[in-house]
Design a protein around this ligand. Sequence first.
Ligand code: UTP
Length: 298
Amino acid sequence: MKRKVTKAIFPVAGLGTRFLPATKSVPKEIMTLVDRPLIQYAIDEAREAGIKEFIFVTSRGKSALEDYFDHAPELENSLKAKNKTRLLDILETTNMDSGAIAYIRQHKPMGLGHAVWCARRLIANEPFAVILPDDVIAADKPCLAQMVEAYEETGGSMVAAMRVPEEKTSSYGILDVESETAGGLVKVRGMVEKPTADKAPSNIAVIGRYILTPDVLGNLNAAELGAGGEIQLTDAIATEIANNRPVHGFQFEGQRFDCGSKAGFLQATVSFALAREDLHDDFYRFLSDVIPVAQAAE
Ligand code: UTP
């Protein structure tokens, strides 16, 4: 029987340079879509997929993240005294069970593969998920829960995948496809990190959700610097294929926002605000007013 996936790694040690100067003092994962930080969306998605242990790979300057998941007794007491139960319920979603959350430091930003490898001792010998909080996915059934369900059939390692425009392949890990089922599950023959359109084996890109076997951690032990002088997670997953172990791409249902980029973050903000009952009407009216003005100025 396949082991259940109960641990997830959240690599949050990157420098977030695309959001400077904000990220000089605010971790990217604490930046908010409407009123919730990116990391909250990632944690909620993990919880809904059955994850029980949450491992953060952090770095210098990320202490706001640790505080975010801690209790805030003064704030809670003040809300209790004022009988603000709705706000107390909201705060409750940020609390983690004692011992459910662990923080590991990545001392140097040597790449996503290296960040995942830093958590190896907490994973030991079981399958685990990796969630990149800057990929936010709006979906009826959360993306990781969709993947866990598919993984129960396939086993092996699995990456979330989606088609991207050909001119964008150089921003992603790209799958070399052996076969594809009608449901969009892809058997992977190889993976290439950030190929130009002419070298890309397909336009199916890897997105920031993974279910990996502990063998991938073994591959990372032996990993060498890859594209961009970083230790690439993609290379360690591709080694699985070379070792004749299955790797699948899972084309999830839902809309993915690249909140690691300014354009993606803004798109997510608009989309999530419009989806909120308490904000929709005013915000929609505002957009309806400003869009014609912007169009007229073109
Ligand atoms: P990005 O490629 O988005 O890098 O990392 P970044 O540093 O966060 O942002 P920019 O490009 O400078 O703006 C993808 C994910 O991998 C993590 C990041 O925190 C992010 O969640 N990461 C990346 C690490 O944890 N360590 C690394 O060495 C690199």
